[in-house]
Design a protein around this ligand. Sequence first.
Ligand SMILES: Cc1cc2nc3c(=O)[nH]c(=O)nc-3n(C[C@H](O)[C@H](O)[C@H](O)COP(=O)(O)O)c2cc1C
Length: 414
Amino acid sequence: MTMTRRDALAGSLLAATALVGVAPASAAAANSVGSETLPPPTHTAAEAGTASPTPAAEPVCLTDFEPLAQAKMSHLAWEYVNSAAADENTVRWNREAYQKIRIKPRILVGVDQLDTRVTLFGHEHAFPILLAPTAEQELTHPEGELATARGANAAETSFVLSSFSTKSIEDVAAVAKLPFWFQLYAQSDHEFTRHLVERAQAAGAKALCLTVDTPVAGARNREERIHFALPPGLTLPNLSGYKALGADNSGAHRPTGRDIFSKTLDAALSWKDVEWLRSFAKIPLLLKGVLNPDDAERAVQAGVAGLIVSNHGGRNLDTVPATIDALPLVAERVAGRIPVLCDGGIRRGTDVLKALALGANAVLIGRPYVYGLAVGGEAGVAKVLTILQREFQQAMALTGRTKVSEIDKSVIWG
Ligand SMILES: Cc1cc2nc3c(=O)[nH]c(=O)nc-3n(C[C@H](O)[C@H](O)[C@H](O)COP(=O)(O)O)c2cc1C
């Protein structure tokens, strides 16, 4: 965000409550989301035959998108996106833990000028908020990851593209106007993994996020109950040519989610692979899925460029702690040697503020933008982001913090 835009945003934050007041120029007017208008108030979940509460006519916060998305999504897609592992304790704790943290404001600071920018790996970001990698977005919207990339452009946000995207790295890269990162599910076939990394680099990815919390799939009971399978016609183009998948990626065969996972996760993944990836990767390597401070220390020693404190949105190992509870321990151990990012349960601008206060350099959101994608395609993604950005500005202003570097532990009560 430039000085001019920052001033405009800060000014409008104080002057207006309408979303349009703080949306980037490319985003939409107050009661539509760009080219796609939100469903009319009559489009209720009840009419769609679901048990969700009646959706708000116009989403004004991230959780408002959930019932709207459920009403639009197939049952299969909803169960896939919304579900988590086993008894779904961790996914609930991710939210509850943020809600328990109290904020300590400062008054009379003068908050007419807000600077929300952060720099990560040499690139400036308008806000300390990115889109987390989420697989198989065509389940949610026909334009899938292309719509997400356009929505991210409109909200001046970087996104992390999943290895398991339903649009190819190259097609998504062609749409992205800001630096994007690539999430890597390393394959046991090293030749193929190297090929994937080189494809991402050639397409212009600015960082590589190796997912380290998924050597095997978790107990995704809700996916199992619906016999989750990629619908006909959906493929994972980044994996095309991968011999281990055989016919599974051709579209002719309908693999179950488990089939895909059992063939594309590497249970042998170890620190040796981190070393191997570092030996040829030309872009910064981050580890995604770190919770244990001892692993964080080991990662710093291994020379990785950054960490993402994540429990995969509670989708892998139920009853691991909320990420906001793990974050301070990881950040304390890392002690500023490399950037630490955090995801999981972030739904409010105050959550972003709390994560930064407890040691994150930036945060990522997952499900909320997938719901935005379901509701309004690219404009829905942009709207989710502009709402969160506006709330973050409000949280900064109302705690008396005018720049991101001023957000530290002193903003937490007690
Ligand atoms: C539908 C869905 C698909 C996901 N796919 C991936 C993936 O392909 N790779 C990955 O590293 N994490 C994946 N994640 C985890 C997210 O990157 C992120 O850690 C999580 O969604 C953050 O929690 P939140 O949804 O509460 O914001 C996925 C999450 C969801 C909800």
